[in-house]
Design a protein around this ligand. Structure first.
Ligand SMILES: [Zn+2]
Length: 271
C-alpha cells in the first residue's frame, strides 16, 4: 500500500492523502474518509477521460457527485447507485464500468440531522448545514462536510454539460455552452459537499451540490433551489483520499484562480 501513496499531508485539520489507482483499489472503507477520483484542476484543463471506474469509487462510498467520462453529464451517487444527468436533462442509471475523471463520495451515515419545516433558500440550507456541522458535530471549518437533504423542493435551477470529443476544450468553454433548465417542483434528494478554501484546485471550494428526484426523471448540478420541507443529514470527514490518474498531481491546494472555479462550478455563466 505504501508505494501506492503518492502524497500525504495535513492541510489545516484535514488529512489529505493522494493515491494511485491501485491504491484506490486497496483502500479501506471508512465513514470519516471522503474519497475522490481526479482533481478539479485537471478537469478545468480538459482532462475528461479519467481512469478510475465507478465500481472502484462506489466501493468506498455510497453518496456523492462528480461527472463521468467524456464529461457526459452530472454524476449523482445516492444510496450506492450512480446516475448521470445528461445535457438534455435525461437521467440514466450507470453501471460500474463507466469511468470518472472527477468524483467525490463518502460512506454516508448522516451523523447529525436538522429538520426543514418552512421553506429555506439555498443560502439558508447551507447555513443550516454549516451550523449543524459546527455546533452538533464540532467539525472545524476546514473539514469536509457531506450533506444529504431529502424532501420537497421548488424553483430548482439545474444544469448539465454535453459530452465532449477529442481534442477536449477547457471546462470554461464547455460551461459557456452548458444547458440550464428550471424544474418548478420535485420530491427528491440533494447530495453534496462543502470543501474548505484551502483545497481549491483539488476540489470545488465551498458548497457543491447535485439533485436527483425520487422518480429519477429530474436532476443535475444545482444552481439554485428552495427546500420546502424535509430532512437534512450532515456528516463530517476529516480525511480526504484523492486518486490521481497518471500525469495528474495534487498541485498546490489553495493556489487556483477562485474566480475561474466560481464561474465554472458555481453555475454562473461566463457572460
Ligand atoms: Zn456539479
Amino acid at each position: 500500500m505504501a508505494r501506492d501513496i503518492v502524497d500525504d499531508r495535513l492541510i489545516g485539520a484535514l488529512h489529505v492523502r493522494a493515491l494511485t489507482r491501485a491504491g484506490l483499489q486497496h483502500d479501506t472503507v471508512d465513514e470519516h474518509v471522503a474519497v475522490q477520483a481526479g482533481t478539479l484542476a485537471a478537469l478545468l484543463e480538459g482532462g475528461y477521460d479519467g481512469d478510475a471506474t465507478l465500481a472502484e469509487v462506489l466501493r468506498l462510498g455510497d453518496l456523492g457527485l462528480g461527472t463521468v467520462q467524456h464529461l457526459d453529464g452530472e454524476l449523482v451517487v445516492l444510496d450506492g447507485q450512480a446516475w448521470a444527468v445528461r445535457a438534455d436533462g435525461r437521467v440514466d442509471a450507470l453501471d460500474g464500468s463507466v469511468r470518472t475523471p472527477f468524483a467525490v463520495v463518502c460512506q454516508f451515515l448522516g451523523s447529525a440531522s436538522v429538520r426543514c419545516e418552512s421553506p429555506w433558500t439555498l443560502a439558508e440550507l447551507r447555513d443550516q448545514v454549516d451550523r449543524t456541522a459546527r455546533d452538533v458535530l464540532g467539525a472545524p471549518d476546514d473539514e469536509v462536510v457531506a450533506v444529504r437533504a431529502t424532501g420537497r423542493f421548488s424553483n430548482l435551477r439545474l444544469r448539465s454539460v454535453a459530452r465532449q470529443h477529442h481534442p477536449y476544450p477547457p471546462l470554461r468553454e464547455v460551461v459557456a455552452h452548458q444547458t440550464e433548465w428550471q424544474v418548478d417542483s420535485a420530491v427528491g434528494t440533494v447530495v453534496g459537499f462543502r470543501f474548505p478554501d484551502t483545497l481549491a484546485g483539488v476540489e470545488v471550494p465551498g458548497y457543491h451540490v447535485h439533485f436527483l428526484s425520487d422518480d429519477r426523471t429530474a436532476g443535475g448540478h444545482v444552481i439554485d433551489l428552495t427546500m420546502l420541507d424535509g430532512d437534512v443529514q450532515v456528516q463530517a470527514c476529516d480525511d480526504l483520499h484523492v486518486e490521481l490518474p497518471v500525469g495528474v498531481s495534487l498541485g498546490t491546494p489553495g493556489a487556483v484562480d477562485r474566480d475561474e472555479v466560481q464561474r465554472v462550478e458555481g453555475g454562473k455563466t461566463t457572460s
